[in-house]
Design a protein around this ligand. Structure first.
Ligand code: DGL
Length: 272
C-alpha cells in the first residue's frame, strides 16, 4: 500500500527548514508542503495562548492541503502547544519527545543539557519528557535568545568572534553542569552546530531533534503502509505568511539547497 499525499511541516518561520532538510534526507521520495509563519515570527517570545492560536491556524492551513501527517518543526510550538494537536485527523509529530528519547539513549552520565527559546525553556517540556524515561536524570536548560537573530543575520561561522563569544556565554552553565549530551531544542540551532561543538568539546553528544523526528516519521510511514509510491524524488512546496523573497534568499542556509522562486507562495491565515 502507498500514500501519495504530502507530509505537512510547519514552523514559526524559516527555521523549520533544518527539520525539513533531515526529512528530505531520510525520505527523499516524499512530497512536502511547508508552511513558515514569517509574518508572525518569532513565536519564542510570545505567550502560551498566542502560540497555541497560531499553531492551530498553521495546522488548519496544512490540512487544507490534504497532508497525510503533520510535523510541528518548531521547538516552541512543540513545547507549549503540542496539545492543540490532540484532535487532528492525521498523525502529529513534535520535536520534544523524540529528542528526549534520543538524549536518554545517548547519555552515559545521566546529565543532559537543553537549549531553546525562552518559551521552550520556561515550559520545561524536555525535562518532563526526559524524567519520564530516566527519573534520576539531571537536566540543565538554558534559553539562548540571541541564537535565532544571529543565524538569521547570517552569523553562524564558528570562526566569527561574535558567534564564538555568544555561544560560549550561553553554554557556560551547560559546560559547568557536566552534561555529556545536549539537545539543540530550537530549529535554528543545528546551523550553529559546529560553533557549539567547538565550545562544548568532542565529548558532548549533540542531539539534533530534526534527525530524531525524521527517523520517527520514516518508521511510522513504513509500519502503517503510508510511504510514497516508488519514484525518484518528491516535490517540495513552500508557503509563508510574509516576505517570500527573503524566505527564498535565506532558505538555502537552513535547507542546504536553493529554493526555486515559483515554489514559495505567500498566504494569509487570518480567516483560518
Ligand atoms: N522556530 C522557533 C523554535 O524552534 C524559533 C524561532 C521563534 O522563536 O519563533 O523554537
Amino acid at each position: 500500500m502507498a500514500d501519495g499525499r504530502a507530509i505537512g511541516v510547519f514552523d514559526s518561520g524559516l527555521g523549520g527548514l533544518t527539520v525539513t532538510k533531515e526529512i528530505i534526507k531520510r525520505l527523499p521520495k516524499e512530497d512536502i508542503v511547508y508552511f513558515g509563519d514569517t509574518g508572525r515570527v518569532p513565536y519564542g517570545t510570545r505567550s502560551r495562548e498566542t502560540i497555541r492560536k497560531y499553531a492551530a491556524q498553521d495546522e488548519r492551513f496544512l490540512l487544507k492541503h490534504d497532508v497525510k501527517l503533520i510535523v510541528a518543526a518548531c521547538g516552541t510550538v512543540s513545547s507549549v502547544a503540542a496539545d492543540v494537536s490532540h484532535n487532528l485527523p492525521v498523525p502529529f509529530f513534535e520535536m520534544v519527545t523524540h529528542a528526549a528519547a534520543a538524549a536518554v539513549n545517548k547519555t552515559k552520565n545521566r546529565k543532559i543539557g537543553v537549549i531553546g527559546t525562552s518559551a521552550t525553556v520556561m515550559s520545561a517540556s524536555h525535562k518532563k519528557e526526559i524524567l519520564k524515561l530516566m527519573p534520576d536524570a539531571e537536566v540543565t536548560a538554558v534559553s539562548c535568545s540571541l541564537f535565532v537573530p544571529m543565524v538569521e543575520e547570517g552569523w553562524f561561522s564558528p570562526e566569527d568572534v561574535v558567534v564564538k563569544e555568544t555561544v560560549r556565554r550561553y553554554l557556560q552553565p551547560i559546560i559547568e553542569s557536566g552534561s555529556d549530551t545536549l539537545i539543540l531544542g530550537c530549529t535554528h540551532y543545528p546551523v550553529l552546530e559546529e560553533a557549539i561543538r567547538r565550545t562544548v568539546g568532542e565529548n558532548v553528544a549533540l542531539i539534533n531533534p530534526g534527525v530524531a523526528v525524521a527517523e520517527a516519521v520514516a518508521e511510522y510511514l513504513e509500519i502503517n503502509g503510508m510511504s510514497a509510491e516508488s519514484r525518484a524524488s518528491g516535490s517540495h512546496v513552500f508557503f509563508v505568511s510574509d516576505k517570500p523573497y527573503s524566505f527564498k534568499t535565506q532558505a538555502s542556509v537552513l535547507l542546504g539547497e536553493e529554493i526555486d522562486d515559483r515554489k514559495v507562495e505567500q498566504v494569509d491565515l487570518s480567516s483560518l
